[in-house]
Design a binder for this molecule. Structure first.
Ligand code: GDP
Length: 200
C-alpha cells in the first residue's frame, strides 16, 4: 500500500473527458472545507498536490492523480459551498452524478465527513444518494483531533450521531476510518483498505 510516486494527469470538465487507461480509481468527495486537500496531501505525503481544486465554486473539475503508475486518486469538486449560487450547485450534481453513474473503473468513493462538527444534512444526503445507487463507499472522518466544537460535541459523538442515522438507511453500513491529517492518524489504515479493494 506504499505510495512511491504521484503524478497529476489531467483535469476533466466532463466525465467523458476522464482518462481512458482503465486504472482503478478512488474518488474523494466532501463538503467544501472538510479537509479534502489536507487528506490528499497527507496520503501522498506531499504539499499542494490537490491545489487544482482550491477555488471554491469555480473550479468544477475532476482531477486525476496517478499513483505508482497503477491507480488513481480522483479529486472531485467539493459540495455545499456556503455562498455558491444555485446554478453552481446544480452543475456539481450533474457533473459528479454523471461521473459516479458512468465511471466503470471507480473502485470506491471516499466520502469525507468532518468529525469536528455535528452531522450535516448535506453529507447524509450525499451518503444516501451513493448508497441508493450502490456505489461502494468508505466514510473517512476528518479532523478527529479537534477535541471540541462550539456546541461542545466531541468527534466521537459526532461520528456516532452520523452512524446512527446511516444505520437506519443501510442494511450494511459502509466501512469507516477516523483520520487526522495533522498527525497522520488513519493514513496507513486507509491506504491498506484501498489496496485491498483494488485487488478484487
Ligand atoms: P478542503 O476545502 O476540503 O480541501 O479543506 P482543506 O484541506 O483546505 O482544510 C480546511 C481547513 O481545515 C484548513 O484550515 C485545514 O488546516 C483544516 N484541517 C484539515 N484537516 C485537518 C485535521 O485533520 N485536523 C485539524 N485540526 N484541522 C484540519
Amino acid at each position: 500500500s506504499h505510495i512511491k510516486e504521484v503524478e497529476f494527469i489531467k483535469s476533466s470538465a466532463k466525465p467523458k473527458d476522464c482518462p481512458k487507461d482503465n486504472f482503478p480509481e478512488f474518488a474523494i468527495l466532501g463538503r467544501s472545507n472538510v479537509g479534502k486537500s489536507s487528506l490528499i496531501n497527507a496520503l501522498v505525503r506531499k504539499k499542494e498536490v490537490a491545489l487544482t481544486s482550491k477555488k471554491p465554486g469555480k473550479t468544477q473539475l475532476i482531477n486525476h492523480f496517478l499513483v505508482n503508475k497503477s491507480w488513481y486518486i480522483v479529486d472531485l469538486p467539493g459540495y455545499g459551498f456556503a455562498n455558491a449560487p444555485e446554478s453552481t450547485r446544480m452543475d456539481w450534481s450533474a457533473l459528479t452524478k454523471g461521473y459516479f453513474l458512468n465511471r466503470d473503473t471507480l473502485v470506491a468513493v471516499l466520502l469525507l465527513v468532518d468529525a469536528s462538527i455535528p452531522a450535516r444534512k448535506i453529507d447524509l444526503d450525499c451518503a444516501n444518494w451513493l448508497g441508493r445507487n450502490e456505489i461502494p463507499m468508505i466514510f473517512v472522518f476528518t479532523k478527529c483531533d479537534k477535541s471540541k466544537n462550539k456546541k461542545g460535541n466531541r468527534p466521537e459523538e459526532n461520528i456516532k450521531d452520523f452512524q446512527d442515522i446511516i444505520r437506519e438507511n443501510y442494511r450494511q453500513p459502509p466501512p469507516w476510518i477516523m483520520t487526522c491529517s495533522v498527525s497522520g492518524l488513519g493514513r496507513d489504515e486507509l491506504l491498506l483498505h484501498m489496496s485491498q479493494l483494488r485487488n478484487y
